[in-house]
Design a protein around this ligand. Structure first.
Ligand SMILES: [Zn+2]
Length: 248
């Protein structure tokens, strides 16, 4: 599996953006250990371990994992890792029940039917189904985060409901970068569009709400966007938000 890691250094340690072509995750690393933000599809668990190895860390150094949201492409790898390793998993208070799979707020086969004929979508499905895209396992003891400043990298949660009802972005790297999850992405296997954009309504619980809450990302004045899908994007995140909103 192709694994690309972009790293930056700040006062709070290192921020590593890991991209696989289908989905991304982020590792915050300090002398106290690592904080994971998301963990890919279930089939990405070995790739998460590989990404830790490549930055000189191991799974025993995971102090906690944070979820941007509880879709299978962000939570699945963490479910698998937790079968072997112990660490806490935190999500926004409004996302915890989703992470525990008390309900599932994700596009199913019927939801995808209108676009499933498109070659890009077919190719995407042929990639993600072997990665465990249909897996419905959750994390029974996922808990809501309160303060996160004690964790490696000192992430700060930015509530960004819309993509899911408890979606959260995170300000990292001492305010330099935003981990935007799926509230704001820069590309996706199902589209040829590059650059900041919102995921389509099929994949988004409440597209209007998502568009509104992007302001919470814009006001951070961070200079780097680390999205859930697509490439790392450099520039003022306010410009990224404006571009995404203008392309809706
Ligand atoms: Zn996603």
């Amino acid at each position: 599996m192709e694994l690309r890691i972009d790293s930056l250094t700040s006062n709070y340690g290192k921020t590593h953006f890991v991209s696989t072509g289908t989905v991304n995750w982020v590792i915050l690393q300090s002398s106290a250990g690592v904080t994971l933000i998301d963990g890919g599809y279930p089939g990405h668990a070995p790739a998460v371990l590989e990404s830790l190895r490549r930055i000189g860390a191991g799974p025993e150094q995971i102090r906690a994992a944070l979820l941007t949201h509880a879709h299978v492409d962000h939570l699945g790898g963490l479910v698998r890792l937790r079968e072997q390793y112990q660490f806490d998993v935190y999500a926004d208070p409004k996302e915890v029940a989703h992470a525990r799979r008390e309900y599932l707020e994700q596009a199913d086969a019927a939801g995808l039917a209108p676009i499933a004929w498109q070659p890009r979508v077919l190719r995407w499905l042929s990639q993600i189904i072997p990665l465990g895209a249909l897996n419905k396992a959750g994390i029974d003891d996922a808990t809501e985060f309160t303060g996160l400043s004690h964790l490696p990298g000192r992430p700060v949660a930015i509530p960004t409901p819309g993509h899911t009802r408890g979606h959260s972005a995170f300000l990292v790297a001492d305010g330099e970068a935003v981990v935007s999850g799926d509230a704001l992405i820069s590309g996706h296997p199902i589209t040829s569009r590059h650059g900041p954009q919102c995921l389509g309504p099929i994949f988004t619980h409440d597209p209007e709400r998502n568009a509104e809450t992007l302001e919470a990302i814009a006001v951070t004045e961070a200079q780097l966007l680390l999205p859930g899908h697509g490439d790392l994007w450099e520039g003022p995140v306010r410009a990224a938000v404006n571009q995404a909103l203008s392309r809706r």
